[in-house]
Design a protein around this ligand. Structure first.
Ligand code: NDP
Length: 281
């Protein structure tokens, strides 16, 4: 039977460590504050934003909330970001994605001061990650590295296959694994013989947004499976990109959905907020 990688417990452990650090900073007179901007009222975004604010509260850092109407113009949003960039009492700025169609996400991301880019999406943050310099790292892939390390799973020298090549998960994930000295393959929708490729993996990370697509035919016996997907199945129940029931008997460890990668994303966001103090000093 596979070990279940408990993201909820590991994220709680991380949040308790961050709580301690936030208290130490506060004792030195440094109150860390995250500004969260949401445009429109996408219900999924509202849940994410609420959880991020709850996380700030838990570790004892401040959060400022900007809930802007759907019809907010790009210029208005950019003006708010400029204001927050200039405020010394704001350490991190997060713009919840997706944005309404009339606003260009790339322009908005680029407007955030890279020293406050706690999501790690700014091109400068991505570039720094690629060449091994200091900067914010995208929260979901950084959280997966923590999940593996804190579960005692070594990465060095392993065959890692990352399925999915998005800018927020797949690409930064591959670079982080490389940084940990893994041998990394990135697979995507144009990959030929996908099952053959994924079956090489000692550690398989799946981020494709396709409910339960990955069955045991894609998995090497004894592999570690990290399921990033958050989807709804035919009964509207949350599920991952991996068919958990099918894969669990053949792998050595696996993340559940929910309760695997998801909670780590918020823990890493809070980690980046605390780190921001260093980057800004
Ligand atoms: P994107 O849609 O941006 O990217 C999906 C990637 O999967 C693409 O690279 C695509 O290939 C590839 N892909 C799609 N279908 C297939 C297929 N049939 N075979 C092989 N590759 C395929 O998704 P994201 O990276 O943003 O998200 C992926 C999943 O992770 C989603 O379910 C999302 O909800 C979830 N997620 C979860 C987070 C968390 O905190 N747990 C955070 C972020 C995302 P190509 O490039 O060729 O099109």
């Amino acid at each position: 039977m596979a070990a279940i990688i408990d993201g909820k417990a590991i994220s709680l452990q991380m949040k308790d460590e961050l709580k301690q650090k936030a208290a130490e900073l506060l004792a030195k007179g440094m109150k860390v504050t995250l500004a969260v901007i949401q445009v429109g009222d996408n219900p999924a975004s509202s849940v994410y934003v609420k959880n991020k604010k709850k996380g700030c509260e838990y570790i004892g850092i401040g959060s400022l909330s900007y809930e802007l109407p759907e019809e907010t113009t790009q210029e208005e949003l950019l003006a708010l970001i400029q204001e927050l960039n200039g405020r010394t009492d704001v350490n991190g700025i997060l713009v919840q994605l997706p944005l309404p169609a009339h606003i260009d996400e790339d322009t908005v991301i680029k407007a955030i001061d890279p020293r406050k880019d706690v999501d790690g999406f700014h091109p400068q943050s991505v570039g720094a990650l690629c060449i091994g310099q200091k900067g914010f790292v995208s929260c979901t892939p950084a959280g997966i590295i923590q999940l593996l390390k804190r579960s005692g799973i070594s990465i060095e020298g392993k065959e890692c296959v990352v399925l999915g090549r998005s800018n927020i998960v797949g690409k930064p994930m591959s670079i982080l694994l490389l940084r940990e000295n893994a041998t990394v393959t990135i697979a995507h929708s144009r990959t030929r013989n996908l099952k053959e490729v994924t079956s090489r993996a000692d550690i398989l990370i799946v981020a494709i947004g396709k409910p339960k697509m990955i069955t045991k035919e894609y998995v090497k016996e004894g592999a570690v499976i990290i399921d990033v997907g958050i989807n709804r199945d035919e009964n509207n129940k949350l599920c991952g990109d991996v068919d958990f029931e099918d894969v669990e008997p053949v792998c050595s460890a696996i993340t559940p959905v929910p309760g695997g990668v998801g909670p780590m994303t918020i823990a890493m966001l809070l980690h980046n907020c605390i780190e921001s103090v260093d980057l800004q000093s």
